[in-house]
Design a protein around this ligand. Structure first.
Ligand SMILES: [Zn+2]
Length: 672
């Protein structure tokens, strides 16, 4: 089960503005100087870039972050091709290279058809009883083939973070959000229809007949829709207190007897028997339990076969891959399939990320970047410390605890100190699907065998080449992978204004996550534990609600609005991060001067780069999907939302009443 981490997702600063050519770092040709900065700063800073930069046919979004990610994946490709060409060299290179060779063997995939999953489908076809349905659910999970019905895994106990505990959560559905099953607007209906066609098509590709496949479709949609109806919404899932429900295994078994927890935990391979578990959504589990009794064996068989087929589809032959793409096209709008090398490089980065990461770091990461980054992180931490000390809305009592928490931040930069070497994992050059299964199995075993052991604080949740960053509340750590610490992103040829509007604001963003609406509920040790006085907590909520209202007012696509509650944590992190970065910038020589470069003052350059970081073009289908599922606001509002609340922005661009982004002073929100 995924740990809670708050990721930056849309990261940072590439573009002509950071080219290492010694040319202008801010290119006015990318801006639209005919737009008044106070009306729409994003269009002022990026208007011509937005007009002139189409989304490539094999992408759904194209912007600073996506361009960097593209470079990362090309770097991985060259490492993988090298490793595949000389596999004998060492065990690390051999495993990575053999995996890539197996993944690129499209002839073998064509010849195999659906054979790699046929044994699983045949085993499900033989089921005759409800007990066998449950056994099969457990079998698929413990063999890392699929995760039907619900989720389960081992993670830190949020109220006792030095210990691992079993967590059980809602799941069992395929579409990216419960709303797709439950809503009847035109978009949801069209996506459901495409999903239905996809299901029927894949069953036919697995030698099903049309009538039987359509029957399967009905069974699958009925089950998934019922499960979706019992799921909490994404906004409800943002409440860590609500999600923390501890049960003894006996108590859970009494509530959900059909799921047979004693038998299930043993079939799932837990060597250390858990005495208690955390259940994020107990009502969902009660419902899933009742569904197991209520639905017929034949319907469960269709559902379980579907779970196997849909996991494997992107990795089988062309018919499967094309059907998968046709369905994704409706969801995301993407026009052309991502090239095979890129899909496979991403897959291997996900599966063997810390082997591939060792090769990546050797070739692409300069240790000097780590030191410079650490200095910048420390500088930002010190600035944040001063800002907390000076807050006018927080009591001394809460401030003291906030400062303890901030000082305790663990900082991880570049790559892990201790690599996972995937000991015991076998990779075969001629068995692609088998390689995926064995990797998933290795990860499954690695996860369940943590139970009863000490928490591994050195572990990373992102691979080194990832162009992103995250904060983990339970480890109270900020993490910046090597992928985000390279030119042109991390560029000290540029002036401070640009680096502070870029990377420093990103650091501030991650730091603020420890104090956003979720992060603030965890203490310095990472435990879910309320350290706030009531008056301070009330004041925080009042200010956070203002931010919710501001973002609820932003329209993205025809009538679709930003969801201010879903995106609150990220919006708070953007606002806090930019404020901290600005104050830190003002301590630099450039921040203290008013010397113009390329016609812009230091403050103007700081804000222009902040906005350029977030520029992107996105297909309407992908935009609609993200509004529903992404906890980050669209690029334009990541740029403009915080600026409307920052006095220095008004001064830098002479923003006045009557300008569209203008807010009277008393309506500007100040939190961190
Ligand atoms: Zn974030």
């Amino acid at each position: 089960m995924k740990k809670i981490v708050f990721v930056l997702v849309l990261a940072c600063c590439i573009s002509s503005s950071f080219a290492q050519t010694g040319k202008k770092f801010i290119d006015p040709a990318n801006m639209d100087l005919s737009v008044k900065p106070g009306d729409n700063f994003y269009l002022y800073a990026n208007g011509n870039w937005v007009k002139n930069t189409p989304v490539p046919a094999s992408k759904t979004r194209w912007g600073s972050f996506d361009i960097l990610t593209e470079e990362s994946s090309k770097a991985l490709r060259s490492l993988l091709e090298d490793a595949a060409a000389k596999p004998g060299s060492n065990s690390l290179m051999k495993r990575v290279g053999d995996f890539y060779a197996s993944a690129m063997d499209s002839v073998a995939a064509e010849n195999a058809g659906y054979k790699p999953i046929k044994p699983y489908l045949d085993a499900i076809a033989k089921i005759t009883t409800k007990e066998q349905v449950l056994e099969q659910i457990n079998y698929l999970r413990s063999h890392a083939i699929a995760s039907p019905l619900y989720r389960i895994g081992v993670g830190q106990d949020a109220r006792n973070v030095t210990k691992y505990i079993v967590s059980i959560g809602q799941g069992g559905t395929s579409l990216p959000d419960r709303d797709y099953y439950l809503k009847n607007d035109a978009r949801s209906v069209a996506i459901r229809a495409a999903y239905g066609q996809y299901i029927v098509q894949l069953f036919i590709l697995c030698a099903g007949d049309e009538a039987g496949s359509k029957q399967n479709l009905k069974a699958i949609l009925d089950i998934e829709k019922a499960l979706a109806g019992a799921q909490l919404s994404r906004v409800e899932m943002r409440d860590p207190v609500k999600l923390y429900n501890k049960f003894s295994v006996e108590a859970l078994a009494a509530k959900t007897p059909t799921l047979n927890w004693q038998g299930t935990l043993s079939q799932l391979g837990y060597a250390t028997k858990p005495d208690s578990v955390i259940v994020s959504n107990p009502k969902f589990m009660v419902f899933a339990d009742s569904l197991l009794s209520a639905v017929s064996v034949s319907d469960w068989k269709a559902y379980l076969q579907w779970c196997v087929i849909r996991e494997a589809a992107p990795f089988l032959n062309n018919d499967f891959v094309n059907a998968n793409f046709a369905f994704n096209k409706v969801l995301s709008g993407q026009k052309e399939q991502t090239p095979r090398w890129q899909r496979m490089s991403n897959l291997i980065d996900g599966q063997l990320g810390e082997l591939l990461g060792q090769l990546y770091v050797d070739k692409y990461f300069k240790p000097a970047a780590k030191e410079r980054m650490l200095a910048l992180v420390n500088n930002m931490q010190e600035t944040f410390r001063n800002r907390i000390s000076k807050l006018d809305w927080m009591s001394a009592e809460t401030k003291e605890k906030a400062l303890v928490k901030l000082s305790a931040y663990m900082k991880k930069i570049g790559y892990p100190d201790k690599w996972k070497n995937y000991d015991g994992l076998e990779i075969k050059r001629n068995d692609f699907l088998g390689n995926i299964q064995r990797c998933n199995q290795w990860q499954y075993n690695d996860n369940i065998h943590r139970l009863g052991k000490g928490v591994d604080k050195a572990e990373w949740n992102m691979t080194p080449s990832t162009v992103n960053a995250y904060y983990s509340p339970q480890k109270n750590e900020i993490v910046f992978p090597a992928g985000i610490l390279r030119a042109p992103f991390f560029d000290f040829n540029a002036d401070d204004a640009l680096n502070y509007g870029g990377i420093a604001a990103v650091i501030g963003h991650e730091m603020t996550h420890g104090f956003d609406d979720q992060g603030r509920q965890f203490d310095a040790d990472g435990n879910l534990h309320d350290w706030w006085t009531k008056a301070d907590a009330d004041e925080f909520k009042k200010r956070a609600d203002e931010v919710v209202d501001q973002y609820n007012g932003f329209v993205m696509l025809d009538t679709l609005h930003v969801n201010g509650k879903l995106t609150l944590g990220e919006n708070l992190a953007d606002l806090g991060g930019l404020n901290i970065a600005y104050e830190a910038f003002k301590k630099t020589p450039q921040g203290m001067s008013d010397k113009k470069i390329d016609g812009f003052t230091p403050d103007q350059r700081f804000f222009i780069n902040w906005s350029q970081v977030w520029r992107n073009n996105i297909l309407p289908e992908a935009a609609a999907a993200r509004l529903l599922t992404d906890s980050h606001s669209p690029g334009m509002y990541r740029s403009n939302g915080p600026l409307s609340n920052i006095d220095a922005f008004y001064k830098a661009f002479d923003v006045k009443e009557g300008d569209k982004m203008f807010k009277p002073k008393e309506k500007r929100t100040h939190i961190w």
